[in-house]
Design a protein around this ligand. Structure first.
Ligand code: GLN
Length: 473
C-alpha cells in the first residue's frame, strides 16, 4: 500500500471492497511509525495489541457487527490514560506508572472499534509550545526536521502529519492542539469546555483543559467528536446532554464572520501569515459570507491572565505527584520529607518547576488578591466581551499562530517568547468556546504550513466543521 488515506470513509470503502484488510492497514501504519522513528512522535507503540484488535474487528466487519469507527487507527497523547498501559505525561515523575482505568474518551473510542496504536510524545504535563519540554526528547516537524512541531501535543500532530495513524487525540489548555495542528498542516480543535469528559486526562489546569482530535479532514473530526463528546458521570464540569451530532451538509447558509483587527495588526505577526489571512477572508467572501474586521483590544492581557490562572491550577493539580503513591521515587531519600523533596526535584523538569513555583506564588495569601483574584476578573471580562461578539457574528476569525513553526532551540531559553506562541489561541480557553485550526496554504519562503483559527459559540462545533468542510470542497 502506497497511497495515503485521508479519511475514515475512504478506508472503510477500501476495506469493504477488499482492496485492503484491517490487519494490513495496521501493519502499514506500524511500518510508517518504524520508518519515521527519528521524528520521536511515539513514546510507545502497541503493535502486538493493535494487530490483534485488527483481526477481531476485521471479523466484526465481515459479519456486519462493527462499530462506527471500525478502520480508525488512532494515537493518544501521553497524558490520556489507558487501562494497564503506561502513561507518563512525558515526565520522569510518572515513569513506570500504569493506570488502573481508561479515560472516558479511550473507552468511547474502543466501544466504536477504533484501534489505539500507541501513545505520543508531548511537552511535560502539557506545558509548552514546542514539544521541547518532554523528558523523552523533542519531536521533530516532518516537513523540516530542524523545526519544532509545536506543542504541547507535538507527537500527536506529527503522528497524523507523517501518516503514522489516521487521527490522534491531544489536549489543549491554551493552544496545545491548534498550534501544533497549524505548524504541521492538519486540522485540530479545542472543543467547547465541558463537551468532552476530562476523566482520565492527567490534569494541567482543570478549568481550561480539554481533549480534542487531530485529523486530516473535517469529516473525521466530526465523526470523532460525535463519538467522544456527551456527558459523563465522572466529570462534574461537563455540559449535561447527549453527544454532539454533527452532520456535514453540502450547502452552508451565508455566515457573519468577524476577524480581529488587533491580531492582524499585531507587530509579532509574520507578514506572510497576514497575507494568508487576507486571502482566507477573500475566499470566505467569495463563498457568500460577510466578513468584517472588529477590534478586540485585550490581546496584551490574555497571555498574562492565562499564565496566572493556569500556573495556579497546575500548582494545585501537580501536588499529587509526591513520590509516595505512584510514579518516580528518589533513591536518595531517607525520610518522608526528603522523599517529597528529592522525588519532586529529580522527577519534574525545569518548565514544570517554574510553573509550580509561579502558581504557588500567585496563590500565597499575600499576593492572592493582586494576582489570582485579578486574573479571575480579567478572565470573566474576556469571556463576556467574547460572547458579546456573538450577538452580532456567528464566527470569530484569527490566524492560529503569529509565526510558522520555528527552529528547534530558537525559543527554548526564552520562556516569555515561548508563552507568546499562544497569543491568539488562549482566548477560546479563557472563554471556554470551541476553536478549530484549519490548514490554509504555506509560507512562500520556507514552505511551512499556516493555520487559520475559527471560533464559535459554545457547543457550535457543527458550524465550525461545516464551514471547514465547505472550504475544503
Ligand atoms: N503553550 C501553552 C502553555 O505552555 C499551552 C499549553 C497547552 O495548551 N497545554 O501553557
Amino acid at each position: 500500500m502506497k497511497k495515503r488515506f485521508s479519511s475514515l470513509k475512504e478506508i472503510q470503502k477500501s476495506i469493504s471492497e477488499s482492496s485492503i484488510s484491517l490487519p494490513e492497514l495496521v501493519q502499514y501504519y506500524l511500518n510508517q511509525i518504524e520508518s519515521n522513528k527519528h521524528l520521536n512522535a511515539f513514546l510507545e507503540v502497541f503493535d502486538t495489541e493493535a494487530l490483534e484488535m485488527a483481526s477481531t474487528i476485521q471479523n466484526k466487519i465481515n459479519n456486519g457487527s462493527a462499530g462506527k469507527l471500525a478502520g480508525m487507527v488512532i494515537a493518544i497523547k501521553d497524558n490520556i490514560v489507558y487501562k494497564d498501559h503506561e502513561s507518563n505525561a512525558s515526565s520522569k515523575i510518572l515513569k513506570g506508572f500504569k493506570s488502573l482505568f481508561s479515560a472516558t474518551v479511550v473507552e468511547r473510542l474502543i466501544a466504536e472499534d477504533a484501534i489505539i496504536i500507541g501513545r505520543t510524545n508531548c511537552d511535560e504535563f502539557a506545558m509548552g509550545a514546542s514539544n521541547e519540554n518532554s523528558a523523552f526528547g523533542p519531536v521533530l516537524n516532518a516537513f523540516d526536521t530542524s523545526r519544532v512541531p509545536g506543542g504541547s501535543s507535538g507527537g500527536s500532530a506529527v503522528a497524523v502529519q507523517a501518516d503514522m495513524c489516521l487521527a490522534s487525540l491531544g489536549s489543549d489548555t491554551g493552544g496545545s492542539i491548534r498550534q501544533p495542528a497549524a505548524f504541521t498542516g492538519i486540522y485540530g480543535i479545542y472543543p467547547t469546555y465541558g463537551a468532552i469528559s476530562r476523566w482520565g486526562l492527567i490534569a494541567f489546569a482543570s478549568s481550561f483543559d480539554q481533549i480534542g482530535p487531530f485529523t486530516s479532514s473535517p469529516d473525521d473530526m466530526a465523526l470523532l467528536l460525535n463519538v467522544i463528546t456527551g456527558s459523563d458521570e465522572h466529570d462534574a464540569t461537563m455540559h449535561q446532554g447527549p453527544a454532539l451530532n454533527i452532520e456535514l451538509q453540502k450547502e452552508l447558509k451565508p455566515l457573519k464572520i468577524a476577524y480581529i483587527t488587533d491580531c492582524l495588526e499585531h507587530p509579532g505577526l509574520e507578514p506572510e501569515i497576514k497575507q494568508a489571512t487576507e486571502q482566507f477572508i477573500d475566499v470566505l467572501k467569495s463563498k457568500g459570507h460577510s466578513v468584517e474586521g472588529i477590534s478586540f483590544p485585550h490581546l496584551d492581557q490574555m497571555v498574562p491572565c492565562y499564565q496566572v490562572l493556569t500556573t495556579a491550577e497546575a500548582s494545585s493539580n501537580l501536588s499529587r505527584f509526591s513520590g509516595l503513591a505512584y510514579g518516580y521515587r528518589s533513591d536518595n531519600a531517607h525520610d518522608l520529607e526528603s522523599t517529597f523533596k528529592k522525588s519532586r526535584t529529580e522527577g519534574f523538569g525545569p518548565e514544570v518547576k517554574r510553573r509550580i513555583m509561579l502558581g504557588t506564588f500567585v496563590l500565597t495569601s499575600d499576593f492572592y488578591d493582586a494576582y489570582y483574584t485579578k486574573a479571575q476578573k480579567v478572565r470573566r471580562l474576556i469571556r463576556n466581551k467574547t460572547m458579546d461578539i456573538f450577538n452580532n457574528y456567528d464566527i470569530i476569525l484569527t490566524p492560529t499562530t503569529s509565526t510558522v513553526a520555528f527552529k528547534l532551540g530558537e525559543k527554548a531559553s526564552n520562556p516569555i517568547a515561548m508563552y507568546l506562541a499562544d497569543l491568539f489561541t488562549v482566548q477560546s480557553n479563557l472563554a471556554g468556546i470551541p476553536a478549530l485550526s484549519i490548514p490554509f496554504g504555506t509560507h512562500p519562503g520556507n514552505q511551512m504550513p499556516i493555520g487559520m483559527q475559527i471560533m464559535g459559540r459554545p457547543m457550535e462545533e457543527s458550524l465550525l466543521l461545516n464551514l471547514a468542510a465547505s472550504l475544503q470542497a
